[in-house]
Design a protein around this ligand. Sequence first.
Ligand SMILES: Cc1cc2nc3c(=O)[nH]c(=O)nc-3n(C[C@H](O)[C@H](O)[C@H](O)COP(=O)(O)O)c2cc1C
Length: 400
Amino acid sequence: MATNTVTDEYPEIALTRRDGLKLAGLGIASVAALGMGVGGVRAVTNGAFSAGSGDPYDLWHDWHSMTGIERVVAAGALACNPHNTQPWRMIVDGDVIVVHSDPSRRMPINDASGREHLAGLGCAVENMVIAAGAAGSTSQVTLFPHGLASDHVARIGLRKDRPRQDRDLAAAIPHRHTNRGPYTSAPVDLSDFAEQSLRVDGASVLWITDKAAREKLGRLYVEATEAITADTAQSTEAFSWFRSSRGSIDKYRDGLTLDAQGLGDLALFAAKLLPAQSREDGDAYWVKATREVHTATAAAYGVIVVDDVTDRSAQVNGGRLLARMHLTATALGLGLHHMNQITERIDRDAASGNPDVFSARWAALLGRPASTGLLSFRIGHPERTPGLSPRRSLDDVVTS
Ligand SMILES: Cc1cc2nc3c(=O)[nH]c(=O)nc-3n(C[C@H](O)[C@H](O)[C@H](O)COP(=O)(O)O)c2cc1C
């Protein structure tokens, strides 16, 4: 890669505060009216003064000082994963890490086929492979050693026998966050991703950069987001993973939070002063942000493609490549935002026997069958530093 030299003093992305309040759908007057009375108490309860610090965020800060297999496993726990469900359980046995799916952390309505759940496990596998490689270990990865139906998703055998590799990507691990904020209009040099896009067998990246195609895809994302929010069961399940108070973040240490929504500083502060959003308000904000920010400022879209999206090994391998793409973007100072509304609706319609509304247009945009488009994301030069998302402690997810 051309520009991804990374040191431990990692360059953070510059912060700007453009149009924050407007984006959040809040007025200056309402913020001022709240003052520091009841709003001030809410600000404390909702973590306005403690974002990114405290126990749920320790792993991000402590990773640099970790060593050995603990550092490798922690890299897995810091991986991107669907709705921050953290769908993994890890067992460490000497130099072997066994990765299990935690089925209680699946989202059967939003992720009806389970593709995102297994992709999230693939992301954890690849983060561990990268962390181990940077420490000079070869990872022997075996997927589904007990058969494809099993929850035993991967076995990673580590052998310390090689020169250190993937050091730039490993250095990006504690700085990688999903960036849902606006991106600038500057184009992205996709050749910087070329080497990493070849690193996982059975999965590749299809880039959508052409303006007309981006606009068409953008409209499809908005339509899919509207369909999700109009589907009460799907919207309710998604909302159940939203942690709107600091208390619920401390309690669960998972799920989506206000800090991770890509708001400007002032809008985020204001959102924390106000009472927690209802599901309906949150959905309305999401549709608006998808239309006015996410799709309006995407410099390019990437789609992880595989031979068959229903193949469980391909789902894991697609996640492995996705993790590499996200770490590469971070190393390059780019923002990456996973956006899977279209495939979530394709799977939801198929599972509920509804007419297939999205596959034909998804396939036309990909120029290949819909059954090969596994996961998707947007990238660009970000205007804002993304917030940290909580993580459960290693004690909760790892047994040895
Ligand atoms: C397979 C997969 C699917 C995802 N789908 C979406 C999505 O559709 N929309 C979104 O905003 N984030 C999506 N994400 C991002 C996660 O919500 C995010 O990784 C998680 O909340 C943890 O936050 P972090 O990436 O900042 O650590 C997805 C991530 C993965 C790995």
